[in-house]
Design a protein around this ligand. Structure first.
Ligand SMILES: [Zn+2]
Length: 255
């Protein structure tokens, strides 16, 4: 809140340029054998539109996305959002919990999704938006005796609640109001307006909170039968939040 900020307020053009320069650059790396480069490139373009138009105005977190094909190396300075077959492939290729430079790394498991009948583009969108809202997987909101993980797509993660950008289906996401401590806080609680009250789920959704009271510990809640997506996969955000950063591994993958 210093003089520089006030000065830049009078020159909106340079303010915009400065804001763009500060956005994290996120490389969307296709490392999967089940997704064509062209498909991931198209998804990347739709996700850039989703971030710019829908997500950044609500969460104040933007990004500059860059598609990286199967044969191209991973840009070292960028955050990585890797599209992989499954967690075995992630391990084999050396994509662990943070990038080689210790920066945020997200993983979407396209083959696991296809096997379970899910749309990989919804998962890639889910991972991207959660990475933007909480890059270090360490943010939470306390409501009474419960501390809710800042995972912005989990409560409304099911494919049917997503929406199309062009022909690409992307994930719905909750708004800051979803974390409100009072049940009658003003909505909307998710971008698409499906959720009726703060801190609640819709079908296929998921949430986790840390109980501070007598039953202290991380609790999981699913809206219906636990799905394959609800189970924490090795290296996923859910699993990393549980094991804690002391167990995280630096990626060895260069390409
Ligand atoms: Zn999630």
């Amino acid at each position: 809140m210093g003089a520089r900020r006030h000065a830049s307020r009078r020159t909106p053009g340079s303010k915009r340029a400065a804001a763009a320069a500060k956005l994290p650059r996120i490389a969307v790396l296709n490392r999967s054998t089940v997704m064509q480069d062209a498909a991931v490139e198209k998804i990347t373009a739709a996700l850039q539109a989703q971030v710019d138009r829908d997500f950044a105005p609500i969460w104040g977190a933007g990004a500059q996305l860059q598609f990286v094909g199967r044969k191209q190396g991973a840009p070292e300075a960028a955050w990585w959002l890797t599209v992989l077959d499954d967690s075995d492939q992630a391990d084999a290729l050396g994509y662990h919990d943070v990038t080689a430079r210790g920066q945020p790394l997200g993983k979407a498991f396209a083959k696991s999704d296809l096997d379970a009948g899910y749309e990989p583009s919804v998962t890639i969108s889910h991972e991207l938006l959660e990475m933007l809202a909480d890059p270090e997987i360490n943010l939470c909101a306390q409501v009474g005796d419960r501390v809710y993980a800042y995972e912005v797509c989990d409560p409304c993660e099911a494919d049917p609640f997503g929406y199309e950008i062009g022909s690409v289906r992307v994930s719905d996401f909750v708004t800051p109001s979803w974390f409100a401590p009072t049940p009658n806080a003003a909505g909307p609680y998710d971008f698409r307006g499906h959720i009726q009250k703060p801190l609640t789920l819709i079908a296929g959704g998921y949430l986790q909170y840390l109980e501070l009271g007598r039953n202290a510990g991380w609790q999981q809640v699913t809206a219906s039968r636990p799905t394959a997506r609800a189970r924490p996969r090795v290296g996923s955000r859910r699993e990393r939040r549980r094991v804690g950063p002391e167990s995280w591994q630096v990626s060895t993958a260069k390409r």
